[in-house]
Design a protein around this ligand. Structure first.
Ligand code: SAH
Length: 257
């Protein structure tokens, strides 16, 4: 209940400013956190092993950076979020409306690290075409979308959501199990998330987060029925400890159901 109340005050614009503008979104060096996240995804999708009809992104929030490498490998991308304000923010970007957040530096950077010489506008167009559904979701329900996804997703992505909506580790494992129900057996799951974080700010909202260690991520994936393929982590440099949260680092996990 406390979490739900917190999210009523979540300000998408403040969240974007805190995490997706400089200093965190600085593309001049790979040492910054946003380029690190984009590289994890770009390298993982570059293998060509993760592909199919549908990829679902759980707790998309107001962001699309997490879909930039993914969108080349799926016919449809389904974005989801609990909050209408975030789904509206995403819709504004998907429709190319004025006032949408400017993701172009992210798109340009991903095209650069993917190294195929693709014009960034082509990637932007492809993601907009493939992002056909932006659905409400609640990961605390065994059926997070309210009904099964048919056919189930071929891949699942979730960034900075599950630990940010779970009061404790047991709840984190349950949420992971619930979202796993959206994925077909054998499907790939990619998780990005916070390590050692107890709160983050988004305007007037101060959201509690369950602090995780790498071992918690490993154990949660195993308990939720996933086989771990890769786990990487990033230590938040002092210059990026800006007071918008108390995050120690970031993990990236690639697992298979
Ligand atoms: N994926 C984005 C946003 C993460 S912020 C990024 O990488 O930055 C956490 C998100 O979880 C918010 O968008 C919030 O609206 C969403 N959320 C809150 N409660 C939720 C719930 N019960 N189920 C699913 N998502 C929830």
């Amino acid at each position: 209940a406390a979490l739900r109340d917190g999210y009523e005050h979540f300000d998408p614009r403040a969240y974007l400013r805190n995490n997706y503008l400089p200093p965190r979104a600085d593309f001049s060096s790979e040492e910054f956190v946003v380029p690190w996240k984009l590289r994890c995804l770009a390298e993982t999708f570059a293998s060509g092993e993760i592909r199919g009809r549908t990829l679902i992104d759980v707790g998309s929030g107001p962001t699309i950076y997490q879909l930039l490498s993914a969108c080349d490998h799926f016919e449809e991308i389904v974005a989801t979020d609990y909050l209408a304000v975030n789904r509206e923010e995403l819709g504004r970007w998907a429709r190319g409306e004025p006032g949408a957040f400017d993701w172009s530096p992210f798109i340009q950077h991903v095209c650069k690290i993917e190294g195929r010489g693709e014009p960034w506008q082509d990637k932007e167009r492809r993601l907009r075409e493939r992002l056909r559904r932006i659905l409400p979701i609640d990961v605390h329900r065994p059926e997070p979308l309210g009904a099964p996804l048919r056919p189930p997703a071929d891949a699942l992505l979730s960034a900075f959501c599950l630990e940010a909506v779970s009061p404790d580790r047991a709840s984190f494992v349950r949420a992971l199990t619930h979202v796993g129900n959206l994925l077909r057996p054998g499907g790939h799951a990619l998780l990005l998330g916070a390590l050692g974080e107890s709160f983050y700010l988004a305007g007037a909202a101060r959201l509690p987060v369950v602090p995780l260690e790498e071992s918690d991520v490993r154990e949660a994936l195993a308990a939720a029925g996933f086989a771990l393929r890769e786990l990487r982590s990033y230590a938040m440099p002092p210059a990026l400890r800006t007071g918008v949260d108390d995050v120690d680092g970031v993990f990236f996990a690639h697992a298979q159901k």
